[in-house]
Design a protein around this ligand. Structure first.
Ligand code: GDP
Ligand code: MG
Length: 783
């Protein structure tokens, strides 16, 4: 609100003021306006004591009283200092000096307009076009981090346009949603301009239904209208605006079409001149409507609340167990009554419909949208035609799943087989580099640090870079073509069985590459519950960092059945994840979250450039890890194995290592892991693997290194063979799969979900790894 204006409640006794604007939701405004508080009207304050409520006013020769909370929402201009005019002069005559009419015209002609809509619906394009500014517009969500404001003239109005962050809904899941919601309810913009993507109506209208519940003045910009027309679709928006009760204007914001018409409608709504504007109710069905009425009654007795928010909106939100509305209601003197009524209704509804109330309300909203579109929308044929044809095959209930499995199979095959060639080159290259550096550098601790610490440690990990890049290439390809969304769609039913959503499939799949970007990808999930659950099981997706351990042990002990054994480890991870999800679903995460629309974007031809860029962006994460954590850990591990030098054993002998610091650490944990059949060297590998799992192999390289052999993977395979049995090797692989993901993943979980869940992950995964390996070892010994 502009600083120049005052609230009616702030005007002291005896002063005179002119009404500039009435804020608040629809029914409140109507009541106040019916009382006569219309723009330009003169109000005299009869009695306003600081703590007195209500306040007494004189308006059009009538005395009336307003509650302070009501007077808070009326914007006025104090005119006491001006020569007191009589009413006729105010309207007809010109006053000496200032004309109040003029003042009102300029000052009351400031319209605060907030842009609200889904990400990528074209809000920023509209904002820039309308304000005539050039600001960066991106083709991805999240460009608008904070609200941006532009002030410009339209006819004789000053428009304050605010570009709010994009949201799919205004509940309380994401910071953007909370921001938008706060903005609407606290700053009360005069008109909300709902920008919708007309080529994706059903999804976009969900937010609209929430705005309808809030009973605020709005106009809809039916943006991307060019795309809708190009697809050959037809929308009878004249009829739709009748149905919805607010003006709808087709726009193409990117080229500026329709902007003026929108502004025209905005002014009409602002001036209460709009012919279509009326408040509608979304009908939620008999059961819900009855509950809404019941909850509304105790809410409605709190005038302070209902001046600001529509009671129906508060009742709906209370039934949705909305946290922010609850906090609001807690301030009401009869909160106990409200709470009791809403809890009772929630219980009854849940029992009757076997669904939680949030889901019921969401379903009803989509029912409302489908209903509205059914009457007004004719699907286009042209553009989506191919997409539809492909979708009938790819998301077919019988074909979809085998096709998905086939794609996964191709992806993993390519990752491992194509990756083998560069892997050998890097392996040999690093060995040669180590040799060369070892020869040219003066012998001593520094030489050893560089060769056996840094080159061996980082080299052992660098080897897997090709695999990781190939895997990321495929994942990016799946995302860029639009197939990833289909994969989520196909997996949805299955994922629901373990309490997850189809969309969780994407982070889980990325988890096979690296758990860190996977944890970050959970952001695409709408509910916190889904995000958490997905995050907690992601570490069981065997990331590529664990692959070196498997490759080493599988080649050493299961050479005949390499593929099968490797597959069994990956499958074990998936099984553990499923069991964990089922466990959490039935304990900590009982509440099922509301369903949401799974968009099926049109298929796109991927470009090599985009896919490689996306692959690279994901790969950088891995490279960064190599340059930091792995480098650092390699040096530490080397030092722990190198020192102390005065143990009495020659450096490089197994005895020296056994008495080194790292050997002592291994010995300390040995009793804990002995029941699993692990010895102290494996203990050392496990401890070092806390930093990053690739380090397990580099530690093994140092620990099991036979002094007279060349330093490469083949030599290591030979030297570990006498030290393990196949059973121990298998148990060890399972342990490496399940225990403590790695520092980077724990840090990512902490950042996304909080320290509590990071701690949970650490304890749960490590305990589970122990139990699984123990069972495998004990049962295996029997055979
Ligand atoms: P925001 O996330 O809602 O702010 O959306 P943007 O304004 O950033 O727009 C997202 C993308 O859609 C950009 O690439 C725009 O150029 C494009 N765009 C915006 N409006 C239209 C439109 O009316 N038609 C078409 N075809 N593209 C549009
Ligand atoms: Mg934007």
């Amino acid at each position: 609100m502009d600083q120049k204006f005052l609230k009616l409640s702030d005007i002291p006794t005896g002063n005179e003021c002119l009404v500039v604007k009435v804020h608040g939701h629809g029914s409140f405004r109507n009541r106040i306006i019916e009382m006569g508080f219309v723009k330009g009207e003169k109000v005299t304050v009869i009695k306003n004591a600081p703590l007195k409520d209500p306040i007494e006013y004189k308006l059009m020769d009538c005395h009336l009283s307003l509650r302070r909370s009501e007077a808070d929402l009326i914007e006025v201009m104090d005119v006491t200092d001006h020569a007191a005019p009589d009413d006729t002069a105010l309207y007809n005559g010109t006053l000496p000096g200032d004309s109040f009419k003029e003042i009102i015209r300029t000052h009351a002609h400031t319209v605060n307009v907030a842009l609200v809509g889904n990400p990528n619906s074209g809000k920023t394009s509209f904002f820039n076009r309308a304000a005539g500014m050039r600001e960066k517009v991106g083709n991805y969500g999240g460009v608008t981090v904070d609200a941006k404001k532009a002030v410009f003239k339209y006819k004789n109005y000053t428009i304050n346009l605010i570009d709010l962050p994009g949201t799919y809904s205004i509940t309380e899941y994401t910071p953007e949603e909370i921001y938008v919601r706060k903005y609407i309810s606290e700053e009360h913009p005069d008109v909300v301009l709902n920008v919708v993507d007309a080529s994706n109506l059903e999804r976009n209208l969900f937010l609209t239904t929430q705005l309808i519940d809030m009973n605020i003045r709005m106009v809809m910009a039916l943006n991307m209208y060019d795309e809708l027309s190009r697809e050959g679709a037809v929308l009878d928006y004249h009829f739709l605006e009748q149905l919805f009760g607010f003006p709808i204007v087709p726009t193409t914001a990117s080229s500026g079409v329709g902007i003026d018409q929108v502004l025209e409608r905005v002014i009409e709504v602002f001036e209460d001149r709009s012919e279509v504007t009326r408040h509608i109710h979304i009908h939620y069905g008999e059961g819900l409507e009855e509950a809404i009425d019941r909850v509304k009654t105790p809410i409605a007795s709190n005038k302070v609340l209902t001046d600001k928010f529509a009671p129906r909106y508060l009742a709906i939100k209370a039934l949705e167990s909305d946290r922010m509305v609850r906090e609001l209601l807690e301030k009401a003197p009869n909160f106990a009554k409200i709470d009791e009524t809403s809890n009772l209704c929630i219980q009854e509804l849940t029992r009757e419909y076997k669904e939680d109330v949030k889901t019921l309300i969401t379903n009803a909203k989509y029912g409302f949208i489908r209903g509205a579109l059914n009457e007004t929308f004719t699907e286009g044929k042209r553009k989506r035609h191919l997409t539809n044809a492909i979708d009938t095959v790819l998301t077919n209930q019988w074909l979809g799943f085998p096709v998905l499995l086939f794609f996964m199979w191709v992806m993993f095959q390519a990752t491992f087989y194509l990756g083998e060639f560069p892997m050998t080159w890097i392996d040999n290259g690093m060995a040669a580099l180590g040799d060369w550096v070892g020869r040219v550098m003066a012998p001593g601790p520094l030489n050893d640090l560089v060769v056996n610490g840094i080159i061996a440690g980082v080299g052992g990990v660098l080897v897997f870079l090709p695999n990781i890049l190939i895997l990321f290439f495929f994942i990016s390809l799946l995302e860029d073509t639009g197939y990833m969304a289909r994969a989520a769609f196909i997996m949805d039913k299955l994922m629901h069985k373990i309490g997850l959503h189809g969309k969780s499939f994407i982070p889980l799949l990325i988890g096979f590459g690296c758990n860190v970007p996977a944890i970050m990808a959970t952001r695409t999930l709408e509910s916190r519950r889904d995000r958490l659950l997905t995050m907690l099981i992601t570490p069981f997706m065997s990331c590529s960092a664990r692959l070196p351990v498997y490759i080493l042990l599988v080649s050493a002990f299961f050479a005949a059945h390499r593929g099968l054994v490797l597959l069994s480890i990956y499958a074990a991870g998936v099984v553990v994840a499923i069991c964990t999800a089922l466990l959490l679903k039935n304990t900590l995460f009982k509440k099922v979250s509301a369903p949401f629309v799974m968009e099926l974007p049109p298929y796109r031809m991927p470009t090599l450039r985009n896919t490689v860029t996306h692959m690279w962006n994901k790969g950088v994460q891995y490279l960064r890890k190599m340059g930091t954590i792995i480098l650092f850990a390699s040096v530490i591990i080397w030092a722990l194995g190198y020192f102390p030098q005065d143990s009495g054993f020659a450096y490089g002998t197994p005895e020296h290592l056994e008495h080194s610091y790292i050997g002592r650490i291994g010995k300390t944990v040995e009793p804990v892991i002995a029941p699993l059949g692990f010895d102290w060297k494996m203990g050392v590998s496990i401890v070092t693997g806390l930093a990053a799992k690739e380090i397990v192999v580099s530690s093994m390289g140092i620990l099991y290194h036979a002094p007279d052999t060349e330093e490469n993977t083949a030599a290591l395979t030979e030297s570990i063979r006498p030290e393990f049995t196949p059973l121990v090797a298998y148990g060890f692989m399972l342990f490496v799969l399940i225990y403590f993901p790695c520092m980077a993943v724990v840090a990512a979980i902490r950042k996304e979900a909080g320290g509590k869940w990071a701690l949970f992950t650490i304890v749960y995964t490590t305990a589970l790894a122990w139990v699984v390996s123990f069972l495998v070892h004990r049962i295996g010994i029997l055979f």
